[in-house]
Design a protein around this ligand. Structure first.
Ligand code: OOB
Length: 540
């Protein structure tokens, strides 16, 4: 088994410890501490359940012992595919406590993605709920078991054909000590800018620092109430400041099954939610829905918006529509997170994507050949710091591409830095589609399309979209009989992939007209097709 590792050079690690960023805390350690300090305070509210800190801690410990009793061993990876339900927390804190390593899949993922995570992480187990948002995960689990016979444990709700959730109830006395703070706590999923998603190993030390510092920046305190509206497994609602920040603060976490205003607004009103995070299209939807005035949203103090670019105009609309402070957040599962600050003037909050969390977040903005651009000019963002990874798990090729020799992560984002050191995101280098915050790799979707017998070639591009920010468009050169776009989309849905990866639009073309310019790269081709489509559609 490939060992899990995330290491910073020793001089950096020493500096991050000396500066007090890495304090030797662990996930099970901080949960135990909160359970001792405020046992009766509510921790998790969702799905008709209300768990106190004492209860969450007890459930996590019993789950930890249950996982070990099933034969899993510290260091084993476990793919977790749970939505916004309390069990998510019992399971992941149980895994942390047992020294097992969650791999965070999203509820939208399907067999193709889950099998990839299992293979890449060499996972020993898979955990899902039986049914979430109308999808039955038992079928997926059956196919997964057939595809990955090496998977030792499969837990799907209470389905008898798998190990039932009830089995996650062991004797707490049998538990080992807490994990090493510098060890990998979990694997997060990358946005997948090229090909399949990469796995991001985050340590206890580095991740806890990122949300402890985020709490300070976003004003999270024990009295806060954080609403998880986006999927709990995504890095943004997890740590910016997220449910983990809220739990670290001893605050309350409220779970919304979906981010729709219909689901979220009654929870905000009923539970007195003070803070939450949304992607831009949802923030705009909430601002519009709030105007109907059906719910009292006055408890809301802070709304974080990020995951995709919030334009100044959209930022204005969000702020006018919702009775709270707006904070922009520009982050990535690989590490670096930027926030506008709560006391920043309007022009910064509306027009920038914030500045880094930490004084030791190093930011370089460079040109095509890696030279620094003049201050204020746009360029590629490279970063290094106390909570930015130095390597992906088990992916040498991606590591060679994504990190410089001196350890900077190439974010792929094109940014400029203002005089006050705030970043403004201006675009990106990578060929992915940022569809309402979900990153879709053009290459991955093209690979699927190429498997269709009537597809000779395919190029997938992003197009600006009024509601989603960006949508995906696939240009197809047919082979033989021309496929019907609707049929092609239906066929893509049958590929057992997350629905957000199915192209929103399909355009059939006779050729890519690239011969005039000689051989062009995929990247260049996608750029041309995108320009052509935008000219034809009158999109600007
Ligand atoms: C967040 O994380 P990921 O890993 O899903 O995606 C990261 C990428 C960034 O590299 C950038 O391309 C884009 O998402 N992005 C933004 C943005 N926030 C993220 N682009 C423009 N403006 C923004 N405000 O999406 C994520 C992780 C933690 C906190 C917030 C978002």
């Amino acid at each position: 088994m490939i060992p899990l590792r995330q290491e910073w050079p020793s001089d950096f690690a020493a500096r991050y410890r000396a500066a007090g960023y890495w304090r030797g805390e662990t996930f099970p350690g901080f949960l135990r501490q909160r359970a001792e300090e405020r046992p009766g305070a509510e921790a998790i509210i969702g799905g008709g359940q209300r768990w106190t800190y004492a209860e969450l801690h007890a459930r996590a410990e019993r789950a930890a012992a249950g996982f070990l009793a099933l034969g899993l061993r510290p260091g084993d990876r476990v793919v977790v595919q749970l939505g916004n339900i309390p069990e998510f927390f019992a399971v992941v804190f149980g895994l942390f406590r047992a020294g097992l390593v969650p791999v965070y899949a999203l509820p939208a993922h399907r067999l193709t993605e889950i099998a990839h995570f299992v293979a890449r992480a060499e996972a020993a187990a898979y955990v899902a709920a039986e049914r979430q948002e109308g999808f039955d995960y038992r079928g997926l689990a059956r196919d997964l078991r057939a595809a990955r016979p090496d998977l030792r444990v499969v837990i799907v709700g209470d389905a008898a054909e798998f190990t039932p959730f009830d089995a996650l109830d062991g004797d707490r006395a049998a538990l080992p000590g807490d994990p090493d703070p510098s060890s990998v706590a979990f694997l997060q999923i990358s946005g997948g800018t090229t090909g399949l998603s990469k796995l991001i190993p985050r340590t206890h030390d580095d991740y806890i620092y990122s949300f402890r510092a985020s709490n300070e920046i976003c004003g999270v305190r024990p009295e806060s109430v954080f609403l998880v509206a986006l999927p709990a497994a995504h890095n943004f609602p997890m740590s910016s400041p997220g449910h983990m920040g809220a739990l670290y603060a001893g605050a309350r976490v409220v779970l919304s099954p979906t981010p729709s205003p219909e689901a979220a607004f009654p929870l905000i009103e009923g539970e007195g939610v003070t803070i939450t995070g949304l992607v831009p299209p949802l923030a705009l939807l909430w601002a519009q829905a709030a105007a109907a005035g059906k719910h009292d949203l006055s408890s809301l103090e802070v709304l974080l918006v990020g995951g995709a670019k919030l334009t100044p105009e959209a930022a204005r609309r969000v702020r006018e529509g919702l009775p709270c402070k707006l904070q922009q957040v520009f982050g990535m599962a690989e590490g670096l997170v930027n926030y506008t600050r709560l006391d920043d003037p309007d022009e910064i909050v509306l027009e920038t994507q914030g500045r880094p969390i930490c004084p030791d977040d190093e930011v370089l903005i460079v040109d095509d050949i890696g030279e620094r651009v003049p201050e204020g000019e746009p360029g590629y963002l490279l970063t290094r710091g106390p909570y930015t990874i130095r390597a992906y798990h088990n992916d040498e090729a991606a590591n060679a591409r994504s990190f410089t020799l001196d350890g900077f992560y190439r974010t792929g984002d094109i940014v400029r830095r203002t005089e006050r050191a705030y970043l403004v995101v201006q675009g990106r280098a990578g060929d992915h589609i940022n569809r309402a915050g979900e990153k879709i790799s053009a290459e991955e979707v093209e690979d699927h399309l190429l498997a269709h017998p009537q597809v000779f070639d395919a190029a997938v591009v992003s197009v600006p979209d009024e509601f989603l920010g960006e949508r995906s468009c696939a240009f197809i050169i047919p082979r033989g009989e021309r496929p019907r776009p609707a049929a092609l989309k239906a066929w893509m849905r049958g590929r057992a992939i997350a629905a957000f990866k199915v192209p929103d639009q399909i355009v059939l073309v006779d050729s890519f007209e690239t011969t005039a310019a000689g051989k062009v790269s995929r990247k260049e081709l996608r750029a041309r097709l995108r320009t052509r489509l935008m000219a034809e559609d009158g999109v600007s």
